[in-house]
Design a protein around this ligand. Sequence first.
Ligand SMILES: [Zn+2]
Length: 331
Amino acid sequence: MLPFKLIYSDAYYLPIGEHVFPAEKYRRIRDRLLASGVAEAKDFLEPKPADDQDILLVHTQEYVHKLKTGTLSPREEMELEVPFSLELVKAFWLAAGGSILAAQHALAERVSVNIGGGFHHAFPDHGEGFCMIHDVAVAIRRLQRDGKIRTAMTVDCDVHQGNGTAVIFAAKRAPGDPLPSASGSPLTTQGVRRKNANAGDVFTISLHQHNNYPMWKPPSSIDVDLPDCIGDDDYLAWLDNALSSGLRQSQPDLLCYLAGADPYKEDQLGGLSLTIEGLKKRDELVFRVAQARNIPVMVTFAGGYAQNVEDTVTIHCNTVVAAKEVFAADK
Ligand SMILES: [Zn+2]
């Protein structure tokens, strides 16, 4: 039995038909974890959909109304890049409920994994890039509202920049801080862009490929713009650096790790060159850093579009294995 909970529902499946997003990956991950003996049936908890009140902690009333009544404009539907349906809305409400449950269990058991979620391209008033509802932001705001946490940190290792995350948590800037702009600030020679010392109550870190979606990258607290084709060793060094820097600047009560599988060298939507082994080392690094500082970790899976969907499943399962290896020693 795992020393932590996995949050999963068959209804995480996204009804989007033939699509580059492998909507069946969640079920396959659950099946593989069970078949390989990494997890047992009782390690899994079934989430409930988030309440509208939880969703409204992050998203606007107008956007939520449009989603629930199926009245997005054609342009708004197009921006989502997945076919809209009321069933899809339900799946996103459930993913947000799953991330809330994972965050609650992370506080109790040091770590918890939502076998889903990580929809970091959702904004308060619109969705894009396959993301309708920002489940991680909803979970953070709900736990803050409940008085369970005051501060949080997002560590986004999806190959695509966490633009929704950056915008949602940029709201609490110190007076005089610049608002996110379309131009951003210039790259330094080290490739690290835009450090905002006053990032508010949620400190956001994003490691991503510079030459990739989204075109406009609103500033996170720390953005690491990686060059194309970066491999395991360089990636791990940048991640180590960003985590150290972030944890010098903030003391989060909860770390939300977006363990995207798409920095993988054979990803269809990514241009980095990490191996499956390198991605597991990445997971171990995040978990070890959090464990050493006694920061609870909530994990979501975000993207993953490997040529072979089995590789995506392996990478996500390895995140659970890494958590087991790092946190089992704790108990
Ligand atoms: Zn991605």
